[in-house]
Design a protein around this ligand. Structure first.
Ligand code: DC
Length: 229
């Protein structure tokens, strides 16, 4: 796939920065495809856990990633015949995803699959390494961040709204641990691309972030640079 010919917008950032929501909203506005790359790592972690595979057995986890029987249908996600739409969103699935994502062979196994999402008329790709590793030639790159406290508060509210009882202090600790693992791993660590536009959403709402991102896409479309370094 020649990613240069197809417009690609990458949105990277830590968990809870709002990138999933922003990516979905922007993709809808533009009529572009969307890649939720975190879902692939979540599915790999879940499939490994269900198969009883030890995460320390890198070759076995990578084999699972290579042969992942995943399907996306509308907003629903399946692993083989089993619907796992809600299961992959749990905190356990997020932590498992972060662990399997640190295995280089797993990242390699998922690379071509992710690049295959770049199809006309365009792609919005959300993750940790979209702008640095998977789509380094993307026309517009965003790095969306927010303070750890604010990200934990957002996750707390989401879970409470779903009727799930959680402890805010515990959530902050989990988010900080996941950040540390994602930022410090040896392959494709969470980091802004040099040419990414950085947005701190700590005191912004989703509409404001979506507007900023759409403006960056429109600037790139009219031939102006999208990033601010
Ligand atoms: O975006 P998310 O919370 O669904 O991602 C879950 C985990 O997957 C995250 O903690 C790190 C990993 N991940 C990754 O390493 N690279 C990506 N492009 C996306 C997610």
């Amino acid at each position: 796939m020649n990613e240069k010919a197809i417009p690609v917008l990458t949105i990277d950032g830590p968990s809870g920065s709002g990138k999933g929501t922003v990516a979905a909203r922007v993709a809808e506005e533009l009529g572009w495809h969307v890649l939720d790359s975190g879902a692939l790592y979540r599915l790999t972690g879940l499939a490994a856990r269900k198969a009883g595979v030890d995460f320390a057995d890198h070759a076995a986890v990578a084999a699972i990633a290579r042969n992942l029987p995943a399907r996306f249908e509308g907003g629903r996600v399946f692993l083989g015949d089993e619907e796992v739409t809600l299961e992959i969103r749990s905190e356990t699935a997020g932590n498992d995803a972060s662990k399997v994502a640190a295995i280089p062979e797993v990242r390699a196994a998922l690379l071509d699959w992710q690049r295959g999402y770049a199809k006309p008329p365009g792609l919005v790709a959300d993750g940790r390494d979209m702008g640095t590793v998977v789509f380094p030639e993307a026309q517009v790159k965003i790095f969306l961040d927010a303070s750890a406290g604010e990200r934990a508060r957002r996750r707390y509210k989401q879970l409470k709204d779903k009727g799930i009882d959680v402890n805010l202090t515990g959530l902050i600790a989990e988010i900080e641990e996941r950040d540390r693992r994602d930022r410090n791993r040896s392959v494709a660590p969470l980091a802004p691309a040099d040419d990414a536009l950085r947005i701190d959403s700590t005191s912004m709402n989703i509409d404001e972030v979506v507007n900023l991102v759409l403006q960056a896409v429109s600037r790139a479309g009219s031939g102006q640079a999208g990033g601010n370094g």
